[in-house]
Write a protein that binds this ligand. Structure first.
Ligand code: NI
Length: 177
């Protein structure tokens, strides 16, 4: 397994629509395992393949608590089938937008269909942090970021800051790779 470099704003790949995975093979499983290792190391609750520079519809998530046993999830070509009626507010961060947190209200429960690590079709009901994380990561597959939930003015300020950091080469978070 290997740690993968995480791309950050303003990398234009983050705005790209990820393409469907056509075949679940060993290379894809290796990528999923590397993404999980990268996510745990960061640390983060979830990671989309596009965040390591590979715009394919693959996400990994672990919404278990700090002192709980790990519950790694690999979701390939995830599709939300149903969103619950109750909303959940959560302050979200993103490994591709270091040091920025945004309060976002999203449906608090959902049903998602996906292929698992073995390529088997699965369905999962999620609520709480897991439901939030699944929506956050699927947003990544569609080129959507947490700053899109902000007003245009606030979003522009953040984007400008990251563009400037990229120009001057400063990396406030240290190396993520
Ligand atoms: Ni993110």
């Amino acid at each position: 397994m290997a740690l993968l470099p995480i791309i950050t704003l303003p990398n234009p790949l983050l705005r790209k629509m990820s393409v469907r995975v056509e075949r679940v093979d060993d290379a894809l499983r290796r990528l999923a395992d590397d993404m999980l290792e990268t996510m745990y190391e960061a640390p983060g609750v979830g990671l989309a393949a596009v965040q390591v520079g590979i715009p394919r519809r693959l996400i990994v998530i672990d919404a278990s608590g700090k002192d709980e046993e790990r519950r790694p999830l690999v979701l390939i070509n995830p599709e939300i089938l149903e969103l619950g009626p109750d909303m959940r507010l959560h302050e979200e961060g993103c490994l591709s937008i270091p040091d920025v947190r945004v309060e976002i209200e999203r449906p608090g429960s959902l049903r998602v269909r996906y292929l698992d690590r073995e390529g088997k079709l699965k369905e999962l009901r999620a609520e709480g942090l897991l439901a939030t994380a699944i929506q956050h990561e699927i947003d990544h597959l569609n080129g959507r970021l947490i700053i899109d939930f902000l007003s245009r003015l606030k979003r522009d300020i953040i984007v400008r800051k990251f563009k400037k950091q990229a120009r001057t080469g400063s990396d406030p978070q240290g190396l993520t790779a």
